[in-house]
Design a protein around this ligand. Structure first.
Ligand code: 5GP
Length: 122
């Protein structure tokens, strides 16, 4: 998937549209989801131009990948959700309904999040 720098998260990274920032370092930016689906719903995005999980895994440097996941850990601690628990999720492609084509992880927390996913037979 080719990266399109017109996506909304690229605009947030460039400061063209605002976000409710939670954390930022050299590798990652974390901000509140505009349509929260849990009491805590934060998005963590890498600063580099990666469209989706495959693109990030294939093309990001080791430093970018390590820095990104260390940032996820820092965000969860900063949010104070580590002890009670949280869920991280990445949507990739049409079946997962990926909406924004800049790789990101969702962090959901703040209540019992229930089972992981609907069974395909449900
Ligand atoms: P996806 O389905 O791509 O994994 O999720 C994209 C997420 O980005 C959605 O949960 C959506 O609410 C969120 N989102 C879309 N546009 C914006 C925006 O302009 N600002 C913020 N903070 N979140 C957004």
């Amino acid at each position: 998937m080719a990266y399109d720098s017109g996506n909304v998260f690229a605009k947030i990274l460039r400061g063209e549209i605002p976000c409710d920032k939670v954390y930022e370092d050299d590798h990652a930016l974390a901000f509140k989801d505009i349509r929260p689906q849990a009491p805590v719903h934060v998005l963590v995005i890498p600063k580099g131009p990666y469209a989706d999980t495959d693109d990030f895994a294939d093309n990001a440097s080791d430093a970018e990948i390590a820095g990104f996941f260390r940032a996820v850990g820092k965000v969860s601690k900063q949010l104070g959700v580590s002890d009670a628990g949280y869920r991280i999720l990445a949507n990739h492609g049409p079946h997962a309904h990926q909406e924004v084509m800049h790789f990101h992880l969702h962090i959901f927390a703040g209540r019992d999040l229930g089972g992981m996913i609907k069974r395909f037979s449900d």
